[in-house]
Design a protein around this ligand. Structure first.
Ligand code: AHM
Ligand code: MG
Length: 334
C-alpha cells in the first residue's frame, strides 16, 4: 500500500513481498539504481559550471579528467550494479556489447539482467534542459551457474519484471513499476532522500497534448502526417497543444501526468525510427501500460515485439490509450 511521504527505502521494504520471486534481489537492485541516480544527479546539476570546472576532455584543477556526462552516467550505473554483484549482466545504450557479471565467487548465480539508457536526451545538457535515465529489468532465461548470453537480453518487453526512469528536472524524480502500478518519488536534495510524491500514477485515457518533432514532417509516413493534421483541426477538444522537449523521459513524464501522446515515427531518413527498443521503448511501454496507457509501433504492441539485436530501433507511439488508438487508426488507413 503506497503511503504519501513514505521514503523510497521504506516503500521498497514494505512492498518487497509483492515481487513474484521474492528473494530480496530485486529490492537490492532497485536500491542500487536509486543510489547511482543520486550520484548522477549531483553531476548533472553541476553541468552548467562547465566554464568553471572544465569541459569534457579537460583535466580539472585536481588533476582529474572531466568526462562527458553520458559517459559519467554510464560508468556510475555500471559500477554501482557491478560492485554490488546483484545482477548477472548489463546492456547499455552506451556499450556495443553486453557486460557479463559473474557475481560472488564467480558462481554466475544472480537472477536479473538490467538494460539501461544511462543519460537519455543528452543533447539537452548544454542548454540546461531536463535529461533522464531509463532502465529495464528481466529475469535471465539461461540456466543459473552459467555466464549470461545474448538470449538473456533479447526478451520481449512483456517479460520485464521492473522498469523505470529518473528525470533530472526542476526536481529529480524516480518513477518505476515492478508490475503493480507506477509510483513516483521526488528527491529532497538537502538530505538525499526520495519521498513518495506521486503514488499510483495513471495516464489519463484521453489527452490534448501531442509530442513529436514536427521539423521532420516531410520525412514522416502519411499516417503520421494525417494524425498531426487531425491534432490541429478545430473540432471537439481539438486543436491539441504541441509540446516537444526532445527528452523522451520528460516528454513522457508530462504526458503521463497531463494526458498526451509521444510519437517518434519511422522516417524516410530513419526507416526504423530513432529510439531503441530495448533501452528506451520497452521500459517506457511497460510503465505506460502499468499506468493505464499504451505503446505501439503503429500497428503492434511494443511489448510483444521479439527483439533480434541489442541496439534495435523501432517507431514509437506512446501515451494516453485513446490517443494511441487514434494514431494507430491513421497509420492503418494510410
Ligand atoms: P539519445 O538516446 O541519443 O539521447 O536520443 C534519444 C532522444 C530522446 O530522448 C528524444 O525524445 C529524441 O531523442 C529526440 O530526437 P530528435 O532530436 O530527433 O527529435
Ligand atoms: Mg537514449
Amino acid at each position: 500500500m503506497a503511503k504519501k511521504n513514505q521514503t523510497l527505502g521504506e516503500f521498497i521494504i514494505e512492498n518487497q513481498s509483492e515481487f513474484k520471486y521474492s528473494s530480496g534481489e530485486l529490492s537490492r537492485l532497485i536500491n542500487s539504481i536509486r543510489l547511482a541516480a543520486k550520484v548522477v544527479n549531483h553531476e548533472v546539476n553541476k553541468a552548467g559550471l562547465v566554464d568553471i570546472l572544465g569541459a569534457a576532455g579537460d583535466t580539472n584543477i585536481q588533476g582529474e579528467d572531466q568526462q562527458k556526462l553520458d559517459v559519467y552516467a554510464n560508468n556510475a550505473f555500471i559500477k554501482t550494479l557491478t560492485n554490488r554483484e546483484i545482477v548477472c549482466g548489463i546492456a547499455s545504450e552506451e556499450e556495443d556489447d553486453f557486460i557479463t557479471i559473474r557475481g560472488r565467487n564467480e558462481k554466475n548465480d544472480n537472477k536479473y539482467v538490467v538494460l539501461i539508457d544511462p543519460l537519455d536526451g543528452s543533447s539537452n545538457i548544454d542548454v540546461n534542459v531536463s535529461v533522464g535515465t531509463i532502465f529495464s529489468v528481466y529475469r535471465r532465461v539461461t540456466p543459473s551457474g552459467t555466464p549470461v548470453t545474448i538470449d538473456d537480453f533479447l526478451q520481449p518487453g512483456n517479460r520485464q519484471v521492473a522498469a523505470g526512469y529518473i528525470v533530472y528536472g526542476t526536481s529529480t524524480m524516480i518513477v518505476y513499476s515492478t508490475g503493480h502500478g507506477v509510483n513516483g518519488f521526488t528527491l529532497n536534495p538537502a538530505i538525499g532522500t526520495y519521498y513518495l510524491s506521486h503514488p499510483n500514477m495513471r495516464f489519463p485515457e484521453d489527452g490534448n497534448i501531442y509530442s513529436v518533432n514536427e521539423g521532420n514532417y516531410v520525412h514522416f509516413p502519411q499516417g503520421v502526417k494525417d494524425y498531426i493534421k487531425y491534432c490541429q483541426q478545430e473540432e471537439d477538444n481539438r486543436p491539441y497543444t504541441a509540446r516537444y522537449i526532445g527528452s523522451l523521459v520528460s516528454d513522457f513524464h508530462r504526458n503521463m501526468i497531463k494526458g498526451g501522446i509521444y510519437i517518434y515515427p519511422n522516417t524516410s531518413k530513419d526507416p526504423k525510427g530513432k529510439l531503441r527498443l530495448l533501452y528506451e521503448c520497452n521500459p517506457m511501454a511497460y510503465i505506460a501500460e502499468q499506468a493505464g496507457g499504451s505503446a505501439s509501433d503503429g500497428t503492434t504492441r511494443i511489448l510483444d515485439i521479439d527483439p533480434t539485436e541489442l541496439h534495435q530501433r523501432v517507431p514509437f507511439f506512446c501515451g494516453s490509450k485513446n490517443m494511441v488508438k487514434k494514431a494507430e487508426e491513421f497509420m492503418q488507413k494510410a
